[in-house]
Design a protein around this ligand. Structure first.
Ligand SMILES: C[S@@+](CC[C@H](N)C(=O)[O-])C[C@H]1O[C@@H](n2cnc3c(N)ncnc32)[C@H](O)[C@@H]1O
Ligand code: SF4
Ligand code: SF4
Length: 331
């Protein structure tokens, strides 16, 4: 895999190589889905890991390493072209930590050129600079999710307001894209989550709440954390996003079954270009993205997922909600 010496001190816009060769559509061997096929089975959202490495080590996270190189730009462009063939509506760049990729802004620019309607990324914010924010503006980023778990750093997380204040001020001043500030309840003293929501509001960001899950995606919250979650929900009000009230059901009954359409409406593409259902079920289902076809989308649309009843993966629940009336399984 390619390595990028000195990558962390260089800006994506400074290292654009116009001579770089990327595969064209015929090299990724596909035929674009037509509109009707997409309506029935096509992806609404794909999350793509562009670098598995992370500059932090959050105590609750099992989605990073400390050694891997960024995925080569050409490889990622091939994957984006394939996602366009599948008519994917939105792509979200993730990791690890995507700002460790030296060509992050170039990737977003390619996403715009290829015609993705939403061009998104998730970040811990530590590597944001004014120049990087401006190059993300220029390349057409539409949404950034920045993770802010609490106010003060603790043993579990340093993604907190205190060390991130300057970065958040830069975003408030320069970002022309939508900024969602999301915190994980269960990773910092519960009352801090409420302070984060107030901060987000005051600075023009959209607050969002995630609930901490264990390595199997299971919910684990104390009574105080539950109370904080309810207060956070009340504060966020009508913008609170929760597919079918699944979190209240999980808290109350320990179960909230749904027809999970991962592998169809939602794709998780790992650092090896393999599609999985989601980050929590890596390896349960695996297929190379470049070989993905309409048949795969159909198969996975109809495959029941045994983990659905206790699932906490909000973005997949949201991507699955439009098709809850449709059958799944052999029927
Ligand atoms: C894996 S991170 C990758 C992007 C970036 N490094 C970040 O932290 O925002 C994506 C999101 O997953 C969340 N996450 C990771 N592990 C989690 C867990 N055990 N429970 C809940 N959310 C988790 C993070 O807080 C973050 O919002
Ligand atoms: S910053 Fe993101 S990827 Fe890195 S350890 Fe924390 S949650 Fe995981
Ligand atoms: S039900 Fe949840 S955990 Fe299971 S595959 Fe779907 S999104 Fe992943």
């Amino acid at each position: 895999m390619a390595s990028y010496p000195g990558q962390e001190s260089r800006l994506p816009s400074q290292i654009v190589d116009p001579k770089v060769k990327v595969p064209n559509a015929s090299q990724v061997n596909g035929r674009e889905l037509d509109w009707w096929q997409w309506m029935r089975y096509g992806p609404f959202l794909a999350q793509m890991v562009i670098v598995r490495r992370c500059n932090l080590s959050c105590g609750y996270c099992s989605e990073f390493d400390k050694t891997s190189d960024p995925i080569p730009f050409e490889t990622l462009i091939g994957q984006l072209r394939k996602l366009r063939e599948l008519r994917t509506w939105a792509v979200c760049l993730t990791g690890g930590e995507p700002t460790l990729h030296p060509r992050l802004a170039d990737m977003v620019g390619e996403m715009r050129t290829l015609g993705f309607r939403r061009r998104q990324m998730i970040t811990n914010g530590y590597k944001l600079t004014e120049d990087l924010i401006k190059s993300l503006n220029d390349s057409g980023l539409t949404d950034m999710q920045i993770s802010v778990d609490g106010v003060l750093p603790n043993e579990m997380t340093v993604k907190t307001l205190q060390p991130l204040r300057k970065k958040l001020a830069l975003l408030a001043e320069h970002a022309r894209f939508k900024v969602v500030m999301s915190g994980v309840i269960g990773s910092a003293p519960p009352e801090e989550a409420i302070e984060v929501i107030d901060f987000a509001r005051e600075n023009g960001f959209i607050p969002r709440i995630l609930l901490i899950h264990d390595e199997n995606g299971q919910l684990k919250l104390s009574t105080e954390e539950l109370a904080a979650y309810r207060e956070a929900k009340r504060k966020i009000g009508s913008r609170f996003e929760d597919a079918d009230g699944y979190r209240e059901k999980l808290i109350k009954d320990g179960t909230a079954p749904f027809k999970c359409r991962a592998g169809s409406r939602y794709l998780y593409v790992d650092e090896f270009g393999q599609v999985h259902w989601c980050s929590q079920t890596r390896g349960v289902f695996t297929k190379n993205l470049l070989e993905y076809s309409l048949e795969d989308l159909k198969d996975q649309f109809h495959t029941p997922k045994k983990c659905d009843a206790t699932c906490t993966v909000g973005c997949v629940r949201t991507a699955s909600i439009y098709d809850q009336w449709r059958g799944q399984g052999q029927g």
